[in-house]
Design a binder for this molecule. Structure first.
Ligand SMILES: [Zn+2]
Length: 248
């Protein structure tokens, strides 16, 4: 499992029901009607189902890409890296239903961003983070309306389980993700030492293997002084300008 996802729980009164499907030749011959509902698959104690045929989902990746391109009409190098990633088509939207062992059902709208086989995990995280801002923006209201027309009434975004603090990198390398000691998850990057509390995309790490360490040196003093405690992406810190001159 790689990549990152934006998730919002919602409600539906119709999407989980079995629906009558158009009869085929044999159905007409035999005078029978058929129904189809979500196909459930067991995962541990839960069952999950992806709901097909929800037309509003098809437009989701392109709508988000357009939103980011319009939001950053004159993108800086870090923003340009994210824009180029989105242009490669890494996003997929889905409606997923979950049923627990007591039969309680929940339904979610999800937009997943591919980690590109582990090479772009941080950029995927940036996109899931930014999708949260899109979700709150009135510009996403047509999407909500389309989803409601399809039978899904979306709710607020769910909290994400990875830290959402990013720093822009020089040189068009996208962003670094800040993972401090308390957020550290050994599963997140099992092959590196803990000095990589500023995670970068593995694609960059392969090109410039010392980049994470240099970033750490650059920011360590500021973090220890309690100066750098927040996300420095353009949504969270629109006025942030990098003052360090690290050549990355
Ligand atoms: Zn941010």
């Amino acid at each position: 499992m790689g990549g990152a996802a934006f998730v919002a729980e919602g409600e539906t009164e119709t999407l989980l029901d079995a629906r009558e499907v158009s009869p085929g030749f044999l159905d007409r011959l035999l005078g029978r009607t058929r129904t189809a509902g979500p196909r459930w698959e067991q995962f541990g104690t839960k069952r999950l189902a992806h709901l097909p045929d929800v037309a509003a989902l098809d437009e989701v990746p392109r709508a988000f890409q357009r939103y980011i391109e319009r939001r950053f009409l004159d993108p800086d190098p870090a923003q340009r890296a994210v824009r180029d990633y989105l242009r490669a088509g890494p996003a997929r939207a889905a409606l997923t239903a979950e049923e627990d062992e007591d039969g309680e059902r929940r339904i979610f709208f999800q937009v997943g961003f591919s980690g590109c086989a582990g090479l772009a995990e941080v950029t995927a995280q940036v996109c899931a983070h930014w999708y949260g801002f899109y979700w709150q923006d009135p510009l996403s209201e047509p999407l909500r309306a389309d989803l409601a027309t399809c039978g899904f009434v979306p709710g607020p975004a769910m909290a994400r389980d990875t830290p959402e603090r990013f720093f822009p990198l020089h040189g068009g390398h996208g962003y670094a993700q800040w993972i401090d000691g308390s957020d550290w998850n050994p599963a997140y990057r099992p092959h590196k030492d803990q000095h990589t509390w500023l995670e970068v995309d593995a694609a960059l790490d392969e090109q410039l293997p010392d980049v994470a360490a240099r970033l750490a040196e650059t920011y360590l003093a500021a973090v220890e002084a309690g100066v750098e405690q927040q996300c420095r992406c353009p949504f969270c810190s629109p006025d942030f300008v990098r003052r360090d001159e690290a050549r990355l």
